[in-house]
Design a protein around this ligand. Structure first.
Ligand SMILES: *[C@@H]1O[C@H](CO)[C@@H](O)[C@H](O)[C@H]1NC(C)=O
Ligand SMILES: *[C@@H]1O[C@H](CO)[C@@H](O)[C@H](O)[C@H]1NC(C)=O
Ligand SMILES: *[C@@H]1O[C@H](CO)[C@@H](O)[C@H](O)[C@H]1NC(C)=O
Ligand SMILES: *[C@@H]1O[C@H](CO)[C@@H](O)[C@H](O)[C@H]1NC(C)=O
Ligand SMILES: *[C@@H]1O[C@H](CO)[C@@H](O)[C@H](O)[C@H]1NC(C)=O
Ligand SMILES: *[C@@H]1O[C@H](CO)[C@@H](O)[C@H](O)[C@H]1NC(C)=O
Ligand SMILES: *[C@@H]1O[C@H](CO)[C@@H](O)[C@H](O)[C@H]1NC(C)=O
Ligand SMILES: *[C@@H]1O[C@H](CO)[C@@H](O)[C@H](O)[C@H]1NC(C)=O
Ligand SMILES: *[C@@H]1O[C@H](CO)[C@@H](O)[C@H](O)[C@H]1NC(C)=O
Length: 666
């Protein structure tokens, strides 16, 4: 009997060793002190125009979407909202308006970022706000396409935005940056600090440089005054690592822009991996996703690279994509101000774990085991690594956590046939401060003392539908923003405009900037705002327009691109020009290099309203001015067979548009 038992035990022991290797043990304790302060998970609206279509959503969908982003304990429950300070220029998926088109101009209601910040605060008063410019209106540079020649002017311009946020919207801005992904300037940073302080904005923290680590770290080490001015070093797409030099500055380190990946299971896994490992590998205490929400047309750059997608305001359709639920795994069970535990790190079989505490008995552990194959972000390159299929892990809790007896469990499986999103599971029993679990690949786990009922999500949004035709806009409002619904400015700023003294064109859309901004990328020489559906091929586009003082304007179909490539846009552009030789033209590109036809009509261009119509069907294009056909071309080899409808101006001129319409070509 005795020998049988002995034998049996030995046999079972061998079996256990062969089938499940001994679990690795990870110790989580606060004895010996805590790690860094956690600053929150964020989303970035703008950089550029990434929330453009959201503001036009009908209720109740618009509020539902905002709830998924900001409402505590609901969806992403974001802790930081970063926004672009509009600079009147293209900043990736469009341009956002400045609050000061000119030095004398001030308007704190343009665009949608003010609105978005208010909606975020309404849902979560503790959400932190962070603002950063990509571009600047031209006057800031004083004739130079550079914002640092006149540091006081630039700092004054930025501080004016922060003061406007407070006085008009009662919004307190917590963080402000320098110049997105461009060179920083030490004198400017110090001047910005001083200007903030002089305006009783000492509580506004400076993040610099929103670019790379190296130069700012060197500058901070060499210059105590700069070190005092900068609160956070913010780096972009750090690949979860920060160099020792950055850590030696003693500054708080953030991944102040990250992600940029299509929001399917792979994007969600990228997000899960970097949310943990930006701290584990790089000591970064905040990670901010570009972008907050993919509310721009799919055929602009980086489609669907937001935490969720909502780019069909006409149908109300939106998608609560996986990264929303990945975010929830951290944000529902932590708050900025919690601290990481020391000793967090990698799992022996691949993947990582972090643990955070409120400094009392609160404990939240987030564990991810994302595989290399399924968790690659768009950048930077992810060096290869292995994740074991089902690794056993034992966690030993000590210190303040030694008497925890159970932890609530939340689970997501991001890849494969039966994916699971943020599912509440049975509590994990902790016995003698110890618990064990199997960590499956591409799965995400939160174990926490924080109790929460599963969120009651909204019913599925309406079905997806193409942009409806016919479409008409007389710009008569009422408007939710300074911009006309669905128009996405790619160069220039198109604003709804009211002229009370006009009887037939009292409400128009007006291109309203006249000076080239300090651009962030490659704006076109002409201004352009696109609308509709990239698949539009056989359409008529019609619009009334009035060139206010010079230059010219166009109506276009089949515009094949926007974003930083907009200066290369192709399509069918029908121009009305203030030109003695040819006052109309049709070109297949926005730069009018490829002229398909041109001529002269008896018409006064400046100060008069004209109706321009384009007709495109297959290889035929035609155009009319005030009902009179000016060109009718068949068998034309066009470089662009389909694309957006658009309006725009020749150069930076004030032009008004009215009576816009698109329909299928009959
Ligand atoms: C997500 O989309 C990317 C880009 O289209 C694709 O390469 C990847 O396989 C997709 N991932 C999943 C899990 O579908
Ligand atoms: C855990 O419980 C023991 C026994 O009651 C007690 O002595 C100890 O202080 C407790 N630890 C903590 C961190 O509360
Ligand atoms: C500011 O801009 C908004 C939106 O374009 C407009 O409605 C409002 O009249 C402007 N306010 C001033 C003072 O110009
Ligand atoms: C157009 O820009 C000017 C400043 O150049 C500004 O005063 C005016 O309010 C703007 N129009 C609208 C509708 O915002
Ligand atoms: C406003 O309307 C009046 C009357 O039609 C016109 O004379 C004036 O030029 C318009 N102003 C602008 C800026 O369009
Ligand atoms: C708008 O266009 C329609 C026809 O397309 C025309 O009947 C109407 O007069 C136009 N409105 C204005 C204000 O010009
Ligand atoms: C355009 O057409 C392609 C191919 O049919 C389709 O995959 C895509 O979803 C369409 N885009 C839109 C915006 O409808
Ligand atoms: C051009 O139009 C004006 C006003 O409509 C008219 O007076 C003039 O005779 C026209 N000229 C020609 C050459 O048709
Ligand atoms: C556009 O019209 C042409 C000519 O009638 C036709 O061949 C083509 O199939 C149409 N394209 C679409 C997308 O309907």
């Amino acid at each position: 009997m005795a020998s049988y038992v002995k034998h049996g035990v030995a046999f079972l022991f061998i079996l256990a060793v062969l089938s499940t290797p001994a679990a690795s043990v990870y110790t989580l304790t606060d004895s010996g002190g805590l790690g860094a302060r956690f600053d929150g998970v964020g989303g970035l609206s703008g950089g550029g125009a990434t929330s453009r279509l959201l503001v036009s959503y009908p209720e109740p969908y618009r509020s539902q979407i905002l709830d998924y982003l900001f409402k505590p304990n609901f969806g992403a429950a974001l802790q930081i909202l970063k926004v672009e300070i509009g600079g009147d220029a293209q900043s990736t998926d469009g341009s956002e308006p400045s609050h000061m088109h000119s030095a004398a101009d001030r308007n704190y209601t343009r665009g949608y970022e003010w609105w978005l910040m208010r909606e975020a605060k309404k849902r979560n008063p503790a959400v932190r706000l962070y603002a950063l410019p990509w571009a600047f209106p031209g006057w800031v540079g004083g004739g130079e396409a550079f914002p640092y020649h006149r540091p006081e002017t630039t700092a004054g311009y930025i501080v004016d935005w922060i003061l406007g946020a407070k006085s008009v919207h009662n919004l307190d801005i917590d963080y402000v940056g320098i110049w997105n992904e461009r060179i920083h300037d030490v004198t400017y940073i110090k001047t910005l600090r001083k200007t903030l302080d002089d305006n009783k904005l000492g509580h506004v923290n400076i993040v610099a440089p929103d670019g790379g680590w190296v130069q700012i770290s060197k500058d901070i080490m060499a210059d105590p005054e700069l070190a005092a001015a900068v609160d956070v070093i913010g780096s972009h797409y750090p690949g979860t690592h920060s160099p020792p030099m950055a850590q030696q500055t003693g500054k708080t380190l953030w991944s102040s822009e990250d992600f940029s990946t299509i929001n399917n299971g792979t994007g969600a896994s990228c997000w899960a991996r970097i949310l943990n490992q930006n701290y584990v590998n790089g000591h970064m205490t905040s990670t901010i996703a570009w972008n907050l929400i993919a509310s721009y047309y799919d055929d602009l750059p980086f489609p669907r690279s937001g935490l969720m997608t909502a780019n069909q305001p006409w149908s109300g359709h939106y998608e609560v994509s996986d990264p929303i639920w990945v975010t929830a795994h951290t944000t529902h069970f932590t708050s900025p101000g919690w601290q990481y535990l020391k000793g967090v790190g990698h799992l022996d079989g691949g993947g990582s774990y972090v643990a955070l505490t409120d400094g009392k008995e609160g404990l939240t552990i987030v564990i991810e085991a994302m595989t290399h194959q399924y968790s690659q972000c768009v950048r930077p390159l992810l060096p290869p690594y292995e994740v074991k299929p089902g690794q056993a892990a034992t966690f030993q809790l000590g210190g303040a956590f030694e008497n925890i007896t159970r932890l609530h469990v939340w689970y997501s499986k991001l890849i494969g046939d039966r994916t699971v999103h943020f599912q509440s599971q049975d509590d994990k029993i902790v016995s003698g401060g110890k618990f064990s679990m199997e960590v499956a690949e591409n799965c995400l786990y939160t174990l926490t003392t924080v109790k929460e009922a599963p969120p009651k999500i909204y019913p599925k949004s309406p079905a997806s539908a193409p942009f409806p035709l016919p479409y008409k806009d007389k710009f008569d409002g009422p408007a939710d923003s300074s911009e006309a619904p669905y128009f996405a400015d790619q160069t220039g700023v198109f604003e709804l405009y009211v002229n009370e003294s006009s009887s037939d064109h009292s409400h128009t859309l007006r291109q309203n900037i006249t000076e080239r901004p300090i651009v962030w990328c490659n704006d076109a020489d002409s201004t352009i705002s696109v609308i509709g559906d990239y698949n539009w091929s056989n359409v008529t586009v019609s619009c009334d327009l009035m060139v206010e003082s010079g230059g010219g304007a166009f109506v276009a179909a089949r515009v094949d691109r926007g974003g930083c490539g907009v200066s290369q846009a192709r399509g069918v552009f029908f121009w009305l020009l203030e030109d003695d030789a040819n006052n109309w033209a049709v070109s297949s590109d926005i730069d009018r290099n490829d002229i398909l036809g041109q001529g002269k009509v008896n018409a006064t261009i400046v100060g008069q309203w004209h109706k321009l119509s384009i007709f495109a069907k297959g290889d035929s294009i035609a155009g009319s001015l005030n009902g009179k056909v000016l060109f009718d071309i068949t068998d034309v080899e066009l470089p662009s067979k389909k694309g957006f409808a658009a309006i725009g101006t020749l150069g930076l001129q004030k032009v008004q548009f009215d009576n816009f319409s698109v329909d299928k070509a009959k």
